[in-house]
Each structure stands twice: as C-alpha cells, then as structure tokens.
Design a protein around this ligand. Structure first.
Ligand code: GUN
Ligand code: ZN
Length: 429
C-alpha cells in the first residue's frame, strides 16, 4: 500500500473548546500524519512515525501546521461570479445581483464552468468540504456533483426551491420542487462522497404548499440534511411575519411544514426570538454563522456565546457570494471581529474548531471529517504560518504556535495554504 507521511506541526482536536475549554485543541510542534488509501492511518510523534514507516514517501512541513481541511457549511456556488456586489441589503441584493446570475444556470455548460471554477477556488483556499445551495435548475445540481465526484471531493448540495417572490424563470412549484428534488436525491445521495441536501431557499420565496411538499420529502428521507435561511435581516423577519400571519415566529413557518429537525441546518439565525432559540436547541438543529456575509450585507451580529451555551451545534461558513470571501481564514477573522463587537474575543482554538470539526458536526459528519485523527478521511490543509513578509515578521514575535496561527487567521489568504489534500491526494494547482 502506498503510504505518505506528512511531517510538521499538527493540530489535534480532542473536544469542543466552547464546552471543554481551549485546551481541547492542541498543537504538536513535531508531529506527523500517515496517509494511506484516502484515510489518515496514524497521527503521532514525527520521528517515531517516520521510523515506523520506512517505505513511505516523507513530505517535510516542519515550519507549517497540518490542519483538517476547512469545512464551509453554507455557500451558494452559483453566486461565485457576483461576489462583492455593491451597496444593497438582503432583499434588494437578491433581486439586483443574485437572481439574474442564478438564471444563467439553466445552461449546463455555464453551470459546469462555474462548478469547476468554484471547486478550484475553494481548494486553493484550503477548503475541502462545502454544503452548497444550487439554483432551481436540476442542471446546476448535476454540474456541481459531477465536478465534485471527478475530484473526489466531499460535497453536500441541493436544488434551491422557490415558487414565489422570485423571477418566473427561477420558480418551480410545490410538485416540481418535490419531484425534482426527489429525483436528484435518488441520483446523488450517498454516491461516492456526495450527499443530497433538501433546500427550500427561505420562507419568503416558498408558498406553504411548497414548504409542506419538501417537509414530506424530508420525512421520507430523514437521513438527508435540510438547509435553509433563518432570521438574517430584520426587514426579512418582518416580511415573513406578513406572509405567514398564522405562524408564531419565523422558525414556526418551517416547523409547521415539517422542516424543523435534528438534521436541519439553519443559516444566519441572527434575529431569533426566545422560543426559536429554545426550540432549535430542543430538536438539536444546527446553526451556521456567516460573518463576512452578515457584515457585508449589513445583517447583524450572531450571538455565538448565547447559542453555544444553549447547546446548539454551530458551523462556520463563507455564504459565498453574500459573504465577501472564499477563504475560511478570512471568515474566521470576521467571526473574531463580530465577537469583538459583542465583547467576546474568540480564541484561535475556537475559531479553528468552528472552521473544521464544528462545521463537520453541524453537517453530521463529525465522525469522518474535520479532525486530523486516525481513521478520518485524509482531507487536510497545510498552513504556512509565515506566508507573507508581514506574517513572517509577526511569527518571529509570536510566543507560541497559537499566537502565530492567530495572526495567520487574521491576515492570511490563499498564500498561507501551502497544500490542500483531498481524500489522500494532494490537489495540484
Ligand atoms: N436568503 C435567501 N437567499 C439568500 C442568499 O442567496 N444569500 C443570503 N445571504 N441570504 C439569503
Ligand atoms: Zn445563504
């Protein structure tokens, strides 16, 4: 069997730092990771593992940190080409920039080009798994899964369902949403490293009938994840109140339709009522924090401490292209800044947890990805902690590896990602 030993500093994740304290993540200054058959065969002391695997190819990364590949728990790959569009808040931003771009994805060639570009971009940023919204077109789902399968990428995705308050070319209806989602689920779910995610965009763009149809599909396939948006902006929350006067709150529009459950993934979740927080925790749903999006679109400040204290699983995400970056380093930096605005500076160990094991747990994949640990899939990111002249100087002054890592989180970009490994293979740039 071909074995590869990556030798360098190694990030170990032994628990959840929000529960167990920041010592739950540890950096071994001279460790190694043995990769074989797409998995992590062993993790341990560098010299010991090199000696124990005399036939293996050894790759030296002594000055770098071997981390889990980043897990981006909420993205819209179809918005790749309209990222960083100026000057609008959520509803106007959707109408002005997002919907016109999403209309292009009925063309399978365009969808394939964007899917490939998106997977290349994210790999260059050290991201190995994404959970993506596609567009209303089944072609957009086929394009992403086809490209992901060819690359051996672990990708979760679904057709974005909308049957009102969107341009006609982006609308399906309740029955078509059910039928097309079901056909895509049958084609892709569980194939290779791919998972289908049932995807109503959000309550404003679905009728009750559509939400209920997707709730029925989820009840037939409860092992699937269901992803949607929840309470991102105050204008949106007010609109949902008008559209669903019978609902107790925004979450209730999903709950009534059978769209609240332990495999539910709710993006943003900023402006929550007390009942919503309690109910989300009670059913063990997951929330996804999208900090660059929340500042870029002007949505608000996620309550990380309150929601982790309530026991909720929380993932971290770019929310490309509402978010302003493809980089999980930049996204961790924004989570730090949002924390500062709430009076709570997150530790580098908490930020790394969110971008790796935390997101993996949100996606119910915490037993397979998100950690550098024996038996886990070999999705890795090798981070250079001195990737630019400024970071090299900063690293010289760092008292320990965590201090150097924090500076790279705050100031690093794709130049800090020396290598990305997916399923035991190094991604060629
Ligand atoms: N709410 C509904 N759709 C979207 C979207 O595409 N991006 C963001 N940020 N919020 C949404
Ligand atoms: Zn989104």
């Amino acid at each position: 069997m071909d074995e590869i030993v990556l030798r360098g500093q190694v990030l170990h994740t032994e628990g959840n730092p929000f529960r167990e304290g920041t010592d739950a993540l540890r950096i071994d200054p001279d460790g190694a990771v043995v990769v074989a058959a797409g998995r992590i065969a062993a993790v341990g002391d560098g010299a010991t593992l090199v000696a124990a695997h005399p036939g293996a190819e050894v790759i030296e990364h002594r000055d770098a940190l071997i981390c889990p590949g980043f897990v981006d728990a909420h993205v819209h790959y179809p918005q790749t080409a309209i990222i960083a569009s100026w000057g609008k808040r959520l509803i106007d931003w959707l109408n002005a920039y997002t919907f016109p771009e999403e209309m292009r994805f009925g063309d399978p060639d365009y969808a394939a080009r964007m899917a490939e570009a998106y997977l290349d971009l994210t790999a260059a940023h050290g991201t190995t798994t994404v959970a993506s919204y596609c567009t209303v077109h089944p072609e957009s789902v086929d394009a992403l899964f086809t490209a992901a399968e060819a690359r051996g990428r672990r990708v979760l995705a679904g057709k974005t369902c909308m049957d009102r308050n969107a341009p006609e070319d982006l609308r399906d209806d309740a029955q078509r949403a059910y039928d097309e989602s079901k056909a895509l689920l049958g084609r892709w779910h569980g194939r290779d490293r791919l998972s289908y995610v049932i995807t109503p965009r959000f309550s404003p763009t679905s009728t009750r009938a559509q939400l209920e149809a997707l709730g029925a599909l989820w009840a037939e396939h409860p092992d699937c994840l269901m992803q949607t948006h929840l309470s991102e902006q105050t204008d949106e929350v007010a609109w949902v109140r008008e559209l669903f006067p019978e609902a107790r709150d925004y979450l209730d529009t999903y709950e009534r339709a059978g769209l609240l459950g332990p495999n539910g993934l709710y993006g943003h979740a900023i402006h929550l009522e007390q009942r919503e927080r309690a109910r989300l925790a009670e059913v063990d749903a997951a929330l996804v924090h999208c900090p660059t999006s929340n500042t870029f679109i002007g949505s608000g400040l996620f309550d990380m401490d309150g929601l982790t204290a309530a026991g909720l699983r929380i993932g971290l995400a770019t929310d490309t292209g509402g978010g302003s970056s493809f980089s999980m380093l930049r996204t961790m930096a924004a989570a730090y800044e949002v924390g500062q605005l709430r009076g709570r500076p997150l530790h580098a160990a908490e930020l790394m947890w969110l971008a790796t094991a935390g997101s993996a747990e949100a996606l119910r994949l915490g037993d397979r990805i998100g950690r550098v640990a024996q038996g886990y899939e070999a999705d890795l990111c090798v981070l250079d902690l001195a990737s630019t002249p400024a970071l090299a100087l900063r690293a010289e002054r760092a008292h320990d590896a965590w201090e150097a890592l924090f500076a790279t989180i705050m100031m690093g970009d794709d130049r800090a990602v020396r290598e990305t490994w997916i399923g035991g293979r190094r991604v060629e740039r």
